[in-house]
Design a protein around this ligand. Structure first.
Ligand code: DGJ
Length: 730
């Protein structure tokens, strides 16, 4: 049993393979957080101390206990306006104007397995998963909160979410409903967060938490390039390989907020969930509201240890099981090869060249539908532009299949161009403020996905294309942030629900398409990696990592992404040199080594390759096939500390049985007469001996782990080395 209730003390224990989480309701019914961290034995309630701090008041019924304050006790789900002045987890407006919420313990339930959420992505049930539901209530306003804890013991993960229910006879308006709140009694924490911008997503930044509040989040209607819904709190001394690290990942693709606060006494609170700005959800009597899930994980083995736990839970319980263990086709994408300038003849020439090189799927990107010769028009009109193509989509797809490739197509379902038939017919289907000119971005508007008629239209329009031609893959793009988040189908008092209803509409559309086309592979995309989150991964097993395809820039992007997400989820392509985003020149071998640590493909004009490059590409594809399982299922290790080394990036994969490893090194700065990169490898079995493929060299695992590998002097522009190690016992 991974969940236990200890009756004499009232302590709830949630145990995973290497972690323990404890809480208890005290005599006042306040649900106190006791502990989260490395496994211990016994109850941790001895850690709670009471002290009478000035200006930290006492609940009325505790007025004789001056040391008892909601402001100083560690809370499991903090209320608001009743004396805990730290970050609230929940905020509710009652009809009488009161904003107070004071939740107290009612009861609990422990069950095997878990229930799915309604209309939201969730962590899929595992054989050993168990659920604890703790019910809290505020009797004054009639609000019930069910705190859900799904424990995945073998994966070292605890998943939290909350169901709020209005048990009163009046309307309650939720202003904030966090998915999780965790209070640490003490700690000297750093926060690792993942900020960025278009073409530079998930840049890892490590900050020492100051006193007071720090927050990260997105108000863009999308999880965003700018701030990923994932934060790691680590011990200040933690490194990639050791030390306590706690992960908080929101499984959501819309507005989100991660807040941390170091309080007057040095305790730390983290609250994560839907961003409260602009959010107001009307809960009528009897209604419930479900929050997205927060995926919590703890590792005492540093950032790499924690990353591998997230990679595992995402591979095993987030990504649709139908894609597990399946090989992903090596694709060629038309975007950087042709942009909007193509017809069927050109695409077929690409297909023939790609097939000759060993590629397996051609993806026709933006520009095949409606009036779409640039990015100013046509979105929403998902009708094949046969005039531009010179044939029907079925004919193009048939010919591509005859060449021997699979076929994929680009869509941007949630958008609408002002210059489109759809907008002319349904201007009210766009999110626009009735009294303002809308904000445009890329000259497009956003469809109101909170409307059922819009979602139904998209299902029909997309199915018409997918039924007409054989299409094995869809690239699902989303190319602007949301503004004017106003639905013409909802009354004024429900406008605060639009952003979340939008996400529910998108998730519904994805689910309905996948139900109808169970073999369809959908790759998520949002101007690159603007919606790279566990919510999208529930539907899309791979996500285009960034519109920046420069291999050297990709090192930082893929490194940042790797803290939370597995390589198998990162769309990565070899593009042309000079690169289209940076004009940097890099060797083809380096570009391939970087792109191989993701779902591999090419994004260049295959007709412009030299004979030598063609031979190199054939070899790269055959290597990728040899390493694909290792990359997709192996343990992943970053081999240098963040920000410490400026000359190279190195990372490796180790197979689950430790019999095989793939080590990658890319030099980002070559120095005259510089030091050799000596790098200690990770994750190998110290008792095994590893042969270095293609050489006469072999090394004991212990030597590579403790003495490291000597890479020697490298020269030239951005050279890269890949080592394939195979155990002699293999
Ligand atoms: C942004 C994507 O990230 C690109 O790969 C490409 O699909 C363009 N959109 C097309 O408009």
């Amino acid at each position: 049993m991974s969940i236990q209730f200890h009756e004499p003390t009232g302590v709830f224990s949630l145990e995973t393979a290497h972690s323990l989480y404890q809480m208890k309701a005290d005599e006042a019914g306040v649900l106190l957080h006791l502990y989260y961290g490395e496994k211990t034995s016994g109850n941790m309630d001895y850690l709670i101390r009471y002290s009478d701090r000035g200006f930290s008041g006492n609940p009325y019924e505790q007025r004789d206990r001056r040391g008892y304050s909601l402001d100083t006790l560690p809370q499991e789900y903090s209320g608001s306006g009743v004396g805990d002045y730290r970050l609230p987890a929940v905020q509710v407006l009652s009809e009488n104007g009161s904003r107070s919420v004071d939740l107290r313990y009612v009861d609990f339930q422990i069950e095997k397995g878990r229930q799915a959420l309604h209309g939201l992505p969730y962590i899929r049930e595992s054989a050993d998963c168990e659920t604890l539901t703790v019910t809290l209530r505020d009797d004054v306003i009639g609000l019930e909160a069910q705190l859900l804890y799904h424990v995945f013991p073998s994966q070292d993960v605890i998943v939290r979410s909350v169901i709020l229910k209005n048990t009163s006879k009046k309307t309650l308006t939720i202003g904030k409903a966090a998915s999780a709140c965790v209070d640490f009694l003490y700690g000297d924490f750093d926060a690792l967060h993942f900020h960025g911008r278009h073409c530079m997503e998930r840049q890892a930044e490590r900050l020492h938490l100051p006193k007071g509040a720090t927050s990260f989040g997105s108000r863009r209607g999308m999880s965003s390039h700018h701030s990923n819904p994932f934060v790691i709190l680590s011990d200040r001394r933690a490194t990639e390989h050791q030390g306590d690290c706690y992960g908080f990942m929101l499984m959501y693709s819309g507005n989100h907020l991660e807040e941390m606060e170091v309080d007057q006494a040095g305790s730390i609170r983290i609250v994560t969930g839907i961003h409260p700005d602009g959010f107001a959800w009307r809960l009528e009597p009897g209604d419930t509201f479900e929050t997205p899930e927060a995926i919590l994980s703890f590792s005492a083995e540093g950032f790499n240890g924690l990353s591998n736990q997230y990679h595992r839970i995402i591979r095993e319980q987030v990504i649709d099981p139908r894609y597990r263990g399946t090989k992903k086709p090596v694709l060629i994408n038309s975007w950087e090869a042709a942009y909007f300038d193509f017809d069927a003849e050109k695409i077929l020439r690409f297909a023939r060249s790609a097939k000759a090189l060993g590629m397996e799927m051609l993806v026709l990107d933006d520009g095949w539908f409606g009036k779409r010769d640039d990015d100013n028009s046509g979105l929403g009109d998902w009708v094949v532009n046969e005039k531009k193509l010179g044939c029907s989509m079925k004919s193009l797809s048939d010919q591509i299949h005859q060449i021997g490739l699979k076929f994929g197509l680009w869509f941007e379902p949630e958008m609408i161009s002002e210059d489109s038939e759809l907008f002319r017919a349904h201007p009210d289907w766009a999110l626009t403020d009735p009294e303002r000119k809308p904000m445009l971005a890329r000259n497009q508007l956003v469809l109101d996905m909170s409307r059922q008629d819009v979602v139904d239209y998209l299902v029909n329009a997309m199915c018409a294309v997918l039924d007409h031609a054989k299409i094995e893959y869809v690239k699902w793009d989303f190319n602007r942030s949301i503004a004017n988040c106003y639905s013409h189908a909802l009354p004024p008092e429900r406008q605060g629900e639009v952003a979340h209803r939008f996400m529910m509409g998108t998730y519904q559309l994805l689910s309905r398409l996948l139900e109808k086309y169970p073999d369809l592979l959908i790759e998520g995309c949002s101007g690159g990696g603007g919606r790279f989150d566990a919510g999208m991964l529930f539907y899309c097993p791979q996500i285009w990592c960034s519109d920046d395809t420069d291999a050297i820039e990709r090192l930082e992007i893929q490194r940042g992404t790797s803290y939370g997400y597995p390589a198998s989820a990162m769309g990565a392509h070899v593009s042309a040199s000079p690169n289209h985003q940076t004009s940097r020149m890099t060797p083809l071998s380096t570009r391939s080594i970087v792109a191989q640590s993701g779902t591999f493909g090419y994004e260049l004009n295959p007709e412009r390759l030299t004979e030598e490059e063609k031979e190199q590409i054939k070899a790269q594809i055959s290597d990728y096939h040899r390493f694909e399982a290792l990359i997709a299922e192996g343990s992943y290790y970053r081999l240098s500390e963040l920000d410490e080394n400026k000359d190279y990036e190195a990372w490796m994969f180790v197979s689950p049985d430790q019999k095989e490893a793939l080590v990658n090194l890319v030099m980002t700065h070559i120095r005259a007469n510089g030091p050799f990169p000596y790098i200690r490898l990770q994750g190998l079995d110290p008792r095994q001996v590893y042969r270095l493929e293609g050489t006469e060299e072999s090394y004991p695992g212990s030597a590579l782990l403790y003495g490291g590998y000597a890479f020697g002097q490298l020269r030239g522009d951005y050279p890269a080395i890949q080592l394939h190690l195979i155990s002699e016992e293999a």
